[in-house]
Design a binder for this molecule. Structure first.
Ligand SMILES: [Zn+2]
Length: 217
């Protein structure tokens, strides 16, 4: 328990605690040849190939383990666009899940899960659009706008959120049917504001010069 579930099963690629796995190379010799494709040569702790007891007992019965990679149960590759921080994920999520988690924060659920639909459009429109990709803004998430207490507070990267939204709108059926609109002409609006600001700054600088020249005279 101290080490955490860091042992990865060679067959199902799930994370396990030390007690739930055995060294796969020691059992590999005794397994039937037609089950060899369940061993993916995936090494984790101490650079050893481990296998979980669930997969091993199925292999011993000459059955392909239910969650094995050989049973096409591979996790899909996570695209780089979706490498987001927890609050950034919340901003884009079309559903707010409510569930009861037993004490101790274990990864299991008690009772029903309720999915509440969320309107993402308002969030997307409120996110400040900046030209700088490295810009971050502080976001506080509240259950009610009126309440003083916030439930979730984090710095988010607007550029990463917009990139992830573009990706989801291209690939996810749920997002395609959500009717979210991404305003693309924000960049021209910002360019216009920037131009006006620089013109104003130039005028101020020129005025300062005129005042200086007058002072010198
Ligand atoms: Zn396994």
């Amino acid at each position: 328990m101290n080490e955490g579930p860091t042992y990865i099963c060679t067959s199902c690629h799930q994370n396990w605690f030390c007690d739930s796995v055995v060294n796969a190379t020691s059992v590999n010799i005794h397994t039937p040849a037609n089950m060899s494709h369940c061993f993916t040569n995936f090494k984790s702790v101490q650079h050893i190939e481990w296998i979980c007891h669930t997969c091993l007992s199925a292999i011993k019965k000459q059955k392909i383990p239910r969650f094995s990679i050989a049973n096409k149960m591979r996790f899909p590759q996570k695209p780089k666009e979706l490498n987001l921080y927890p609050l950034e994920e919340r901003l884009l999520s079309l559903r707010s899940p409510y569930m009861q988690i037993p004490r101790g924060g274990q990864l299991s659920v008690k009772g029903n899960v309720v999915n509440v639909p969320v309107g993402v459009q308002h969030t997307i429109n409120s996110l400040p659009h900046t030209l700088e990709k490295s810009c971050t803004i502080s976001v506080k998430l509240k259950k009610k706008l009126a309440s003083k207490k916030c439930d979730f507070s984090e710095n988010v990267r607007p550029f990463a959120v917009i990139c992830a939204l573009h990706y989801l709108m291209r690939t996810s059926d749920l997002n395609k049917s959500s009717g979210i609109e991404i305003v693309e002409d924000w960049i021209t609006e910002i360019a216009k504001i920037n131009e006006e600001e620089t013109q104003n700054e130039n005028k101020i600088v020129q005025n300062k010069r005129i005042i200086r020249i007058k002072m010198i005279r």
